[in-house]
Design a protein around this ligand. Structure first.
Ligand code: N01
Length: 577
């Protein structure tokens, strides 16, 4: 179907300049920015409204674990001045209200088609156009295809035997009913204790008659120490918003507070303990930034791991339950650090039980509940907090084909390969916002989205100014970038954790460390240098029968990373966490 459509693209001009897939943070900003350049844009969104992740993840307790003052758009000072966050960490409903406000304020809805899934995107070489088809029968041609599909948008439910026989209700945290769920009086099981499970468990425990948590791997979590934002404090803060954002842009993680340069192993133990204590009390993922060597040196890492284990023993009354909750076997922070409210305290409740499914594996879902090797747990509802096919799931769910009809699934058979985490060799004018190989999920993703959208729109503008039709990453440049991403990751403890960063949570998925750990400030500098060099590492060209690259406009590949930069980047205390 996709091929036939592509063959019909012919010589006619594209229907729109750009198609954007997704209307979350990334899609909304891409639409706004490209429209501002005078491009015609069509956005397709599978949800019935804007929001992306924040449209679907409505589970109880869902809130962002990046602070709201950081996790919001910076591109418009008017927007950031007029919007007032009510809490340190925003709830899902408040973030969704914010994104609705953005959509209305910038008049974005008229260019968005909701309730529509893109099923294929096929590149038609002679016309240098993308042919996009949807599940509702749209067929649109576009010069540029912007994939703003999110990194965590395809939920995973493990294939337990008997799942379809269960007589109660089942839910996935990433596809929560719009009207919410009332668990009052019910016996509920939650499978999974990552960020979603850890947020949902305390809330469900308060409502349900009984909650059984099925934990495979204990995750590290730090209390949010959440609070409301005082309106006077906020008004004073907003006067310095521009400076605050500037610091975020050059930081490691895209956050306003950066990593300490001190090393844990060179800090006397009492001082080290005080640092952890202060950061624990401050709350959130800040603790990862306590010392520069936490994510590069296992001995340093074990000092923070021991500190957190001590906290778990203090909070959880039953020592045996505390023991089961203490993470082991992987470094602190190597799996995504979770941020919670009352998570460990929840295990002191009489109506909550913790089942270790590594010791007693789930054998089947039965009509009445879940059976592990130790016996059956009767349940009225099961919540799957079992995560996502991260970073590549949504892209590979579409039939994306580049030059010569090459499917993206084939190009990425051995794992995702990109240049700068945004472009793929063989797929001209296809841009992946926060794609694998960019800081994406290891950063404040809203800031990384802004950087990508701006960089991509600058590239599109460059093509238009130079009367060019397409840009395509060169294979050598891509190869060099992938090697660099792997090299930086291999100098940290991240690859040791069997995490979704590596695709380890999806059986059969190739294991590739997907996010770029070099830090958002450095990453931005590299992208800027590529642009300043006339898009180093790209071929740029015209549509038409002789659509070969234009030699003058397409600089030959120069090493993107000069020796000194590579050394600096490889000095990857840049791993921010
Ligand atoms: O998913 P996860 P998530 N049997 O993959 C378990 C973002 N996020 O939805 O660790 C039993 O982290 C699995 O066990 P294990 C954030 O980036 C952000 O919680 O694989 N258990 C794990 O415990 C986050 O990292 C916010 O051994 C099974 C859990 O399910 C990402 O989304 C909030 C299993 C999955 O954890 C994903 O988080 C929420 C099986 N067969 C999420 N299969 C913010 O606040 C899987 N598990 C911004």
């Amino acid at each position: 179907m996709g091929h036939d459509a592509a063959n019909q693209a012919g010589d006619s001009p594209p229907d729109v300049d750009a198609v954007v897939v997704g209307a979350g943070f990334a899609g909304l900003y891409a639409l706004h920015r490209l429209r501002g350049l005078g491009l015609s844009v069509r956005v397709f969104e599978r949800g019935e409204d804007v929001g992306g992740t924040w449209y679907w993840n409505r589970y109880p307790g869902a809130r962002c674990d990046v602070e709201s003052l950081d996790y919001s758009f910076s591109f418009s000072d008017e927007l950031q001045q007029e919007w007032s966050w009510s809490e340190r960490y925003a709830t899902q409903p408040e973030i969704l209200r914010y994104l609705n406000h953005v959509a209305d304020r910038f008049g974005l809805r008229s260019d968005i088609t909701f309730g529509t899934r893109v099923v294929s995107a096929v590149y038609h070489e002679p016309s240098a156009q993308w042919v996009i088809e949807t599940d509702r029968g749209h067929r649109v041609t576009a010069r540029h295809a912007i994939m703003a599909v999110g990194n965590l948008s395809v939920g995973r439910v493990p294939d337990f035997p008997g799942l379809d026989l269960f007589l109660g209700q089942t839910y996935h945290t990433g596809d929560w009913p719009t009207d919410g769920v009332d668990f009052t009086g019910l016996r509920v099981g939650v499978i999974g204790t990552g960020s979603s499970g850890i947020q949902a468990i305390p809330m469900i425990a308060r409502q349900a008659a009984h909650l059984t948590v099925f934990q495979r791997t204990p995750h590290y979590t730090i209390p949010a120490q959440h609070h409301r934002l005082d309106p006077d404090w906020l008004a004073a803060f907003k006067q310095h918003y521009a400076d605050y954002r500037r610091r975020m842009r050059v930081s490691r993680g895209g956050l306003s507070r950066d990593y300490s340069e001190r090393r844990a192993l060179e800090t006397p133990p009492p001082q080290r303990h005080n640092t952890y204590e202060a950061r624990w009390n401050f709350g959130g993922a800040e603790i990862l930034g306590s010392f520069a060597d936490l994510l590069t040196d296992e001995r340093a890492n074990s000092t923070v791991a021991e500190f957190v284990a001590g906290k778990i023993r203090e909070i959880v009354h039953d020592p045996e339950v505390a023991g089961r909750l203490i993470p082991h076997g992987y470094p602190f922070g190597a799996k995504r650090l979770c941020v919670d409210t009352d998570y460990y305290e929840t295990y002191n409740r009489a109506n909550v039980a913790l089942v270790d499914v590594t010791a007693t594996p789930i054998e089947a879902v039965t009509p009445a509940g879940i059976r592990t090797s130790a016996g059956e747990h009767e349940l009225d509802a099961i919540v799957f907090a079992t995560g996502f096919d991260a970073m590549t799931g949504a892209l590979l769910a579409m039939d994306v084909r580049g030059r010569g009809g090459l499917p993206l699934t084939q190009a990425w058979e051995a794992g995702p390969q990109t240049y700068l985490g945004v472009c793929v060799a063989g797929f001209p004018n296809l841009f992946i916002i926060t794609g694998p190989g960019s800081p994406s999920v290891l950063s404040n993703v809203v800031l990384s989205i802004e950087q990508h959208v701006e960089w991509v729109s600058d590239l599109i503008e460059y093509l238009r100014k130079h009367d060019l039709d397409w840009a395509e990453a060169r294979r050598e440049a891509q190869h060099e970038w992938v090697a660099h991403v792997n090299d930086v990751a291999s100098r940290t403890l991240f690859p040791v954790g069997n995490s979704w960063y590596l695709g380890a949570n999806v059986p059969g998925k190739p294991r590739v460390f997907m996010p770029y750990i070099g830090g958002v400030g450095r990453y931005r500098a590299i992208c800027d240098r590529v642009a300043a060099g006339g898009y180093t590492g790209f071929d740029l060209g015209h549509a038409g029968p002789e659509e070969a690259p234009v030699p003058d406009a397409a600089p030959v590949l120069q090493p993107v990373l000069h020796a000194t930069d590579a050394a600096a980047l490889a000095d990857a205390e840049g791993a921010w966490g």
